[in-house]
Write a protein that binds this ligand. Sequence first.
Ligand code: DC
Length: 229
Amino acid sequence: MSKIIIAIDGPAGSGKSTIAKMVAERLDFTYLDTGAMYRAITYLALQKGIVENEEAVNELVAGLEVTLKYENGITHVFAGDFEVTEFIRSPEVNSKVSEIAAMPIVRKELVRMQQHMGKFGNIVAEGRDTTTVVFPNADLKIYLDASVDVRSERRHKEYLEKGVEIDIEEVKKNISKRDKIDSSRETSPLKKAENAIEVDSSHLSVEQEFEILFENIKKKIILIKSQNN
Ligand code: DC
């Protein structure tokens, strides 16, 4: 059977990661968490104190290979040989990642690495621009959305579960700021691909959202299989 690419896009906290992991596990596909790659660069830039220096960030990303290894529900993220998995979801990285992700050279380099991973096929790629720029020819494009309030509540809950004390208003401010930067940046702004299936999960449980999407995915896979026969 030909190699299938499913791409899932949407704003911060829309449930992309949860759904993408569920879909990848159900289909036994590889899960490609593109946001983790932008986070890895952001973490390193913070460590080096160069977040505000675009030229230095460009140099950093040009000399680096970011790789992902998905194992037992966890995406292990490597910058070169150095594993950064445990450092990339901090509030510091969250508050700077949109600025790093708006840098054209950073995007160019990471998109190149993501497209390379896509060559092996049977993947579920998740992240804003995966349906529009990274895999514009994906077999199935999905756009997930939810209201800012619902997305902020979800992120807040995730922080609390990790033992990070943070005010929900702070989370909401951060999400709104990221939405604004991500949708208005010049290079690959967040937008819904024309032929994407859109699901708003503001009033859906994760299970309900997954079932709706999985029905569509199953139909598409049956269609691809029948076209290949
Ligand atoms: O999905 P996430 O929250 O881990 O993404 C982190 C940031 O990286 C987010 O602000 C948007 C950006 N990003 C991007 O610009 N393009 C992608 N393909 C994935 C993430």
